[in-house]
Design a protein around this ligand. Structure first.
Ligand code: ATP
Ligand code: MG
Length: 521
């Protein structure tokens, strides 16, 4: 975007930039998360922030939002030096932030969440009608559709993301920070969100956007600042760069942006199967309605679909973390329907859950404890009732190093890792145990392009070794480039099977529940 809506900060004459951060340094013990970082944001500008997992993006934004105090450096708003004491202070200065992980309170309604901490009051109590009205008005004004009265717990992630953004906008922001807002969105939801962002900047708002999706950054930002190991490497104009250059700048080497998949001769026997599987969701509704599937050794079976069509429940039922209502699950030919998650794992099943934050890792445990979370009571970690922490630490260190988790420190608390590194830690645990069957749900959610290349390579390596892999992903490109066959799930059913050469249109139709009979078209 070359013609900016309103002045472009640093270079525009007269008015100082809306935001300038100068020489910001932040240390956590031995880790320097930000090392003399400077950046400039102009009025009406979208600045992209790009960097590997752990590069320091969220930390920098948390400093801006008053969650962390920098060790060194200065922050200027409209040319005036400020000390941002806490998030409340940040909000009062017109800074809003949508965090990498959801911060909404599930039992409350949309309207209650949006006004939380800034409630309209009637006497001493919350003026609910006013909250609903304000929510409706905001929702209308920005084209972010939500129902003010529904409970957040009942919403899909895409709608939750909209609520997070409305919550920030309700507070009259001038600077909006979005930390990976699209990681959980479908392509259509992402497109809608970006249309809203463009309207916001046309209104004079300034936005900082963090995403690992290079195409998105190029499409929506004016400038892109690239951070590596806590330092700014470069700031480039989105109009004169491309994905290859961005990847190289952030990783410091060439990155393979496309997967190279080898032919595997004929796939082996069926290792994972579901027969007429029916599963209920947490709200009690039927989420999976009679699904049959078979995954063979040496095969990656892709599962495409719009989020919320039963994929999550299906994965959980196959992994044994959710009860089955009807039908059967087979692992290597044996009926596993009545086995718990642990027993299935002992039989060689690995499961990468989509929600690493609450289901994948215990945030307060050290990485070595997380690494042995499911196997601490088995050899080599324990024998005759004795637990061997040394072995746990050594194995964890190996797995963390192999998966390039940063820091690869077995003693680090899982919760102190950056978002993408937490995801890599889950993969390290699940894939390093030499499983026979792998269920991977959104395996690359929130990880950087270099790590995606690595994870894709690992999945293909497992495939070449004869493992059976079920890959559930919202990223069509990922499903297509890795899978041997693709099933499409819609409203709890498998509505079609296509090959990896299927076009966006073919997949899109199936994902929308249309063209059910067009399997071989
Ligand atoms: N509260 C904390 N305590 C200790 N270390 C931390 C803490 N927060 C962040 N770090 C460390 O600071 C570094 C930067 O982390 P940050 O979360 O800013 O990365 P990021 O660029 O947002 O990565 P991602 O793309 O994975 O979200 C990492 O090495 C991380 O482990
Ligand atoms: Mg982050």
């Amino acid at each position: 975007m070359s013609d900016r809506v309103a002045g472009d900060g640093a270079s525009s004459k007269g008015a100082p930039p809306v935001l300038e951060m100068r020489g910001v340094t932040k240390r956590f013990g031995a880790v320097t998360a930000n090392d003399g970082v400077s950046l400039t944001l102009g009025r009406g500008e979208i600045l992209g922030l790009l960097g590997e997992n752990g590069a320091g993006k969220s930390t920098l934004m948390k400093i801006l939002y008053g969650l962390y105090t920098p060790d060194e450096g200065e922050v200027f708003l409209d040319g005036e030096r400020v000390e941002i004491r806490d998030p409340k202070d940040a909000v009062s200065r017109g800074i809003g932030m949508v965090h990498q992980h959801f911060t909404l309170i599930p039992p409350l309604t949309v309207a209650e969440n949006i006004v939380l901490g800034a409630e309209p009051r009637k006497g001493l109590s919350l003026n609910l009608e006013e909250a609903v009205r304000a929510t409706e008005e905001l929702s209308e004004r920005y084209g972010l559709k939500v129902d003010p009265r529904s409970r957040v717990a009942d919403l899909s992630v895409g709608v939750r993301q909209r609520v997070e953004i409305l919550k920030a906008l309700y507070r009259n922001v001038r600077i909006l920070v979005l930390d990976e807002p699209t990681a959980v969105l479908t392509p259509q939801e992402t497109e809608d969100l970006f249309a809203v962002l463009k309207e916001l900047v046309a209104d004079g708002l300034s936005i900082i956007l963090i995403t690992h999706k290079l195409g998105e950054l190029l499409g929506v930002s004016d400038e892109i600042t690239i951070i590596r190991d806590g330092r700014v490497v470069d700031t480039v104009d989105a109009a004169d760069t491309d994905e290859g250059e961005l990847a190289r700048l952030m990783v410091g080497r060439e990155v393979l942006l496309r997967v190279e998949k080898e032919e595997v001769e004929t796939p082996g026997g069926v290792r994972l199967a579901a027969e007429n599987l029916t599963v209920r969701s947490s709200t009690g509704a039927l989420a999976v309605k009679g699904v049959d599937l078979e995954v063979r050794g040496g095969e990656i079976l892709g599962m495409a679909g719009v989020d919320g069509n039963g994929q999550t429940e299906l994965a959980e039922a196959l992994a044994g973390t959710r009860p089955v209502e009807g039908g059967r699950v087979f692992l290597d030919g044996a009926d596993a329907t009545n086995l718990g998650a642990d027993a299935r794992q002992e039989r060689g099943l690995a499961y990468v859950p989509e929600d690493r934050g609450t289901k994948g890792l215990v945030q307060d445990f050290a990485l070595y404890e997380n690494n042995a979370l499911k196997t601490y009571d088995e050899p080599p970690f324990s024998k005759w009732g004795w637990i061997f922490p040394k072995v746990m630490r050594r194995r964890a260190a190996e797995a963390l190093r192999a998966y390039d988790v940063r820091p690869a420190d077995p003693e680090a608390r899982a919760g102190s890792l950056s978002g993408g590194n937490q995801q890599k830690a889950v993969l390290a645990r699940e894939l390093s145990g030499d499983p026979g069957v792998i269920i991977a749900a959104q395996p690359t959610r929130g990880v950087d392009v270099g790590a995606i290349e690595f994870i894709h390579g690992q999945l293909l390596k497992q495939r070449a070794e004869g493992k059976a892999i079920l890959l559930i992903s919202l990223e069509l490109e990922e499903v297509r480039s890795l899978s041997d066959r693709i099933l499409v799930m819609y409203a709890g059913r498998i509505v079609g099977e296509v090959g990896p050469e299927a076009t966006d249109e073919q997949l899109g139709l199936l994902m929308a529940g249309r063209g059910v009979e067009e399997k071989s078209a």
